[in-house]
Write a new protein. Sequence first.
Length: 135
Amino acid sequence: VSPPAKTAVKSAPASQQNLALAREKAQRGKWDEVVEILSPDFASSRDKDSGVLLASAMLQQKSPVMAMEILETLDFDPEIMTENIKSVLYRTGVALEEAKKYQEALKMYDMICNVDINYKDAFDRSDRLYSRKQD
């Protein structure tokens, strides 16, 4: 009988450790540190969880255009868009609308409406922006 195989304890990859650290910083409202931690990882990996948190951090730092650019690079499966992703898209849309970036806001609302037309007031906001384009 051979001795039981030793199982190597694998440490989480650095990106997972950084994501955990960034989530901890986010809970404490340290958004600049979240950006500092996640930006290098996201630039190389385009990890969805990192991207969503990074976009949230950009929103907190009043950078809705950056948040939108991050969200646009993520590969969402529209069939399984989580509440968290819809929330970040929605908040980004609202922030873009407030910054008078109407086309960009419309993109965010449309991404939500394609999946969940009843999400908050995304459809009404989208409809209002489409009407504005017609004028």
